[in-house]
Design a binder for this molecule. Structure first.
Ligand SMILES: Cc1cc2nc3c(=O)[nH]c(=O)nc-3n(C[C@H](O)[C@H](O)[C@H](O)COP(=O)(O)OP(=O)(O)OC[C@H]3O[C@@H](n4cnc5c(N)ncnc54)[C@H](O)[C@@H]3O)c2cc1C
Length: 413
């Protein structure tokens, strides 16, 4: 039996960030992941500014290593395509310069990004012990900690505190934390890598195609290095069920038959399997800690309901869970009551944004409104700049989530 103050289940962005922050605080931990890295994770691979911000805050040299060594595409802006197929190109920063500005985000295969984080864990071996290829299956709460083991009981860890960061399909979340999947607050997503997609924006803007059949979800094309692109779709699980949608078929049919995509994909080749995974959306608040445990990342249901972004939020949780672990280890208070401070900090940071995104998600369900907005935007430079910051700037999103904004826009057309 390995004994440790903190055991982290999952070495994805949530778990790895928690371990890196614990390392920074000088606290030992054990990290267990069922995969052996490098491993793939179904994702759009879009890394927002939050990701680089966290790397920078934990260790500026680590952020520098990420910038210098990891294969990724710089991200300068977004192409929004309305259900009526109008598009606007919106840079994250107006009048950006690719020479003097740093890119606001990146598109980076999870195979590369998650492996980078795991390599950082291996560097932090003074405080972090990483066990790959071990699936945590059994959890036993005792008086002085949690005992965790694999299915056969061959691998055992005892920890004072548990950080559960094992992703969207976490059984701990369901069975111990009691958080159930609700299809109106959950999305299904699929993606494949393609080579040779044409017609991408000259500075590799990421593309969000709000097709009528998917609203409030969208089809995305995120350009990657070496002529590859991450192509996928997401849709609310509720809609997938009620409309009996086969998302994989919908994607391949759309690419084969839609006149615009058919042309753009005519010489393209799918270079990976087409795979799907769940997106637990942070559309409502949940209790994300309990006696001797904290949930982090997808296991805590914190994906942005509008953008589908979850990596940055998982990293927020990782940092906060580690900080809370430090407080609990110092005070000796591992109770559900004591760990509530973690929930409060996570929601203080993320709830305003999640709530707005939930409102926006409800608004973009209406294709006619969307088309009108896009028509107005193609003619209005100010509005383009407004949308430009939508994915990153809270104040802008706040405006966009208010019905009055749309009335004013329509009146001023
Ligand atoms: C189709 C799709 C597209 C998306 N696109 C984007 C995007 O473009 N940008 C973005 O920011 N977010 C995106 N997301 C969301 C993003 O993928 C997640 O929010 C993010 O991966 C959450 O990180 P995490 O560390 O919480 O979980 P994960 O990345 O899922 O990591 C969990 C880890 O736990 C391990 N694990 C699981 N069970 C066990 C176990 N029993 N024992 C030990 N280890 C275990 C797994 O092997 C894994 O390494 C997308 C999601 C989907 C499905």
């Amino acid at each position: 039996m390995i004994e440790t103050p903190v055991c982290i289940i999952g070495a994805g962005p949530g778990g790895a960030t928690a371990a890196l922050q614990l390392n920074k605080l000088g606290i030992s931990c054990v990290v267990v992941d069922k995969a052996v890295f490098p491993r793939d994770k179904v994702c759009g691979d879009g890394l927002s500014g939050k990701v680089i911000m966290h790397l920078q805050r934990i260790d500026p040299e680590m952020a520098q290593r990420f910038r210098k060594t990891v294969l990724k595409e710089d991200s300068w802006g977004v192409r929004f395509v309305s259900p009526g197929r109008l598009h606007i190109d919106v840079p994250y920063k107006p009048n950006y310069s690719k020479v003097t500005d740093q890119p606001a985000g990146f598109v980076c295969k999870r195979m590369e990004f998650d492996n980078f984080l795991v390599q950082e864990l291996k560097r932090a071996d003074k405080h972090v012990r990483l066990f790959e290829g071990v699936s945590a299956e059994k959890y036993k709460l005792t008086e002085d900690g949690y005992e965790i083991s694999d299915a056969k009981g061959e691998f055992k860890v005892k920890a004072k505190l548990l950080i559960v960061a094992n992703g969207a399909h976490s059984t701990f979340t369901k069975e111990v934390a009691g958080i159930k999947m609700e299809p109106q607050y959950y999305a299904a997503g699929i993606r494949a890598y393609y080579k040779g997609v044409t017609g991408t924006q000259e500075d590799s803007f990421i593309e969000l195609h709000f097709l009528k059949s998917l609203l409030p979800g969208y089809l995305w094309i995120f350009p990657l290095p070496n002529g590859e692109a991450n192509v996928g779709m997401d849709m609310l699980s509720e809609d997938v069920r009620t409309k009996k949608v086969n998302l994989k078929k919908l994607l391949t049919d759309t690419i084969a038959n839609d006149p615009i995509f058919r042309e753009r994909f005519k010489n393209a080749e799918m270079v990976s399997p087409l795979e799907g995974y769940g997106l637990p959306l942070g559309s409502k608040k949940r209790t994300i800690s309990g006696d001797r445990f904290m949930l982090a990342g997808d296991a805590a249901y914190l994906i942005d309901p509008f953008t589908g972004e979850g990596i940055g939020n998982a990293m927020y949780c990782g940092v906060y869970a580690a900080d809370q672990a430090a407080t609990a280890l110092q005070s000796g208070d591992f109770s559900a009551e004591g760990l509530k401070a973690y929930d409060e900090r996570v929601y203080r940071a993320l709830w305003p944004e999640l709530q707005l995104s939930h409102r926006l998600q409800k608004l973009v369900k209406y294709p006619r409104l969307f088309n009108l907005l896009m028509k107005a935007a193609t003619r209005n430079k100010q509005l383009q700049e407004l949308v430009s910051c939508m994915f990153y700037e809270m104040d802008i999103r706040k405006k966009l989530a208010q019905p009055s904004f749309y009335f004013k826009l329509l009146l001023n057309r």
